[in-house]
Design a protein around this ligand. Structure first.
Ligand SMILES: [Zn+2]
Length: 238
């Protein structure tokens, strides 16, 4: 992607990467040629750091997120679509126990600010990696692929299927009916999860994108069903 390494002193300001790409890890992934050589230094004492350290081994100050790391690196996970949720939550708790801003209340302002940024970065990464739809979209984003927000170009058969399921949802007036519809959606999402995983394994990102578009519609239906179910439960108990 880079024509001249000289132009790219840092991927954060790299003129060869579109300025609207603001995600640090995405910018880094687009600029791996130069970031591979980027030496990490402690912001406080300027000594060289090893990549995996959250804290400087010399002055103990908390370090900023490594710009070369994507969310998977952050959690020591392989770049696969399927993730082990117990590994993920274990690592999340471990990172938050080290970086939570409460731990920095008697440190200087700069360290407090870094821990806040790092901690919210970890929360964001965790919420994305936990969610099958968001995780798939994130993996696509690492390939510089995104899905369109509008429905133009979306498979008409899929749109029709979703329309009918939405009608079925509107017509459902009992918890039993909603549960039966929820089962249908859950089966569809499970099937899609398997297909998305295979597509990523085969590095067929275009196919993965198609399945993720489907998953987006089914996930949104799933949310609507839950909301309606909660409303019905509330009515039942009022
Ligand atoms: Zn240091």
């Amino acid at each position: 992607m880079l024509k001249s390494k000289d132009l790219c002193k840092s991927f954060l300001q790299c003129k060869n990467i579109a300025s609207n790409i603001s995600t640090i890890s995405l910018r880094a992934s687009l600029c791996t040629e130069t970031t591979k050589d980027l030496e990490l230094k402690c912001w406080k004492c300027s000594k060289s750091l090893s990549a995996k350290n959250l804290f400087c081994q010399y002055c103990s100050s908390v370090q900023k997120p490594n710009p070369r790391d994507n969310y998977y690196d952050l959690f020591d996970l392989k770049l696969n679509y399927l993730v082990n949720s117990s590994d993920l939550s274990k690592k999340f708790k471990q990172l938050q126990s080290q970086l939570h801003p409460d731990k920095f209340s008697n440190k200087d302002k700069e360290e407090q600010s870094i821990s806040e940024t790092y901690s919210s970065y970890i929360n964001k990464a965790y919420s994305i990696l936990q969610n099958p739809l968001e995780r798939g979209l994130y993996l696509l984003s690492l390939q510089n692929i995104s899905i369109d927000e509008d429905t133009k170009g979306t498979d008409q058969k899929l749109l029709m299927e979703i329309l009918m399921l939405n009608e079925e949802l509107d017509d459902s007036s009992t918890i039993e009916e909603l549960e039966s519809l929820a089962d249908t959606i859950r089966i569809a999402i499970d099937e899609l999860t398997k297909k998305i995983n295979i597509s990523f394994e085969q590095k067929d990102f275009i196919l993965a994108k198609d399945y993720l578009i489907r998953m987006k519609y089914f996930t949104s239906l799933d949310t609507k069903i839950r909301e309606k179910r909660n409303q019905l439960e509330l009515q039942k108990h009022s």
